[in-house]
Design a protein around this ligand. Sequence first.
Ligand code: ADP
Ligand code: MG
Length: 312
Amino acid sequence: MAEKLLEIKNLKQYFNQGKPNEVRAVDDISFDIYKGETLGLVGESGCGKSTTGRTIIRLYDATDGQVIYDGVDVHDKKSKKDLKEFNRKMQMIFQDPYASLNPRMKVLDIIAEGLDIHGLVKNPKERKERVVELLETVGLNREHADRYAHEFSGGQRQRLGIARALAVNPEFIIADEPISALDVSIQAQVVNLLKELQEEKGLTYLFIAHDLSMVKYISDRIGVMYFGKLVELATAEELYANPMHPYTQSLLSAIPLPDPNYERTRVRKSYNPENHNYQDGEEVAMREVTPGHFVFCSEKESASLKATSSSK
Ligand SMILES: Nc1ncnc2c1ncn2[C@@H]1O[C@H](COP(=O)(O)OP(=O)(O)O)[C@@H](O)[C@H]1O
Ligand SMILES: [Mg+2]
């Protein structure tokens, strides 16, 4: 098995803790991310995906739990130098390429921001050349450096967002619904670009999406979130072939396929958490049902899932 880059252990992020309006946005989730892989994180809007990403990258202090990066707990980092280096290694790409790029700044300065902060270039000439190189890496060119972000289309802006993240030579990128705001025709281009860059640079990704349609093509493994909990985690292939948690099954049943025969018979399943009928004191936790396939369930549910999967 590959080396772990990140270990997320019992992570919690509660907003307005102890108040009547407390939100348990992330409620005790644990997972690992291996070097060089893409872990997809899916779930409907409001289930805590962005909060998970933002807590990992330290935009928020965790309410509880640990984020261990390359063996070091990131919330334990004390010195400014360590923090700065951590901030360089871990970058984020945002959903809305309109809101995340300053409209009053030239592309040159938007992309060079990280270069400046981390002192990665020696002079203006080197700075410009590095930016041009980055523009070309994401399929843009030299001419674009002197324009403003508002002059670009959504897909191009997302390329700028990617160039800006790449500027500091990161190891790990959190892409928070990077294609959700883009036209369907552009989505595949951006996903392909991310895949190519990953191969070229050995990047590790946490790729956040609200549905299971595109995430399949980029993810090695996929985690499914529901109301702050991780409810299923498996390889992408396994998750699509054998979804075990009823919530994952409902998400999958919502994906339309370009096959009229399938579409005629597609039945949308809905998920009702009350159907679990958990008894008081029954422990519900992530359990490994088949090798590498984890489901948030009770001991009884796990036994029944195991029985069903071995009879297949
Ligand atoms: N800064 C915040 N303060 C209070 N509640 C928040 C904050 N950010 C997110 N939330 C709440 O946390 C929950 C998860 O939000 P979020 O992580 O943005 O979900 P997702 O990215 O899956 O759509 C939601 O109920 C949201 O309203
Ligand atoms: Mg979000």
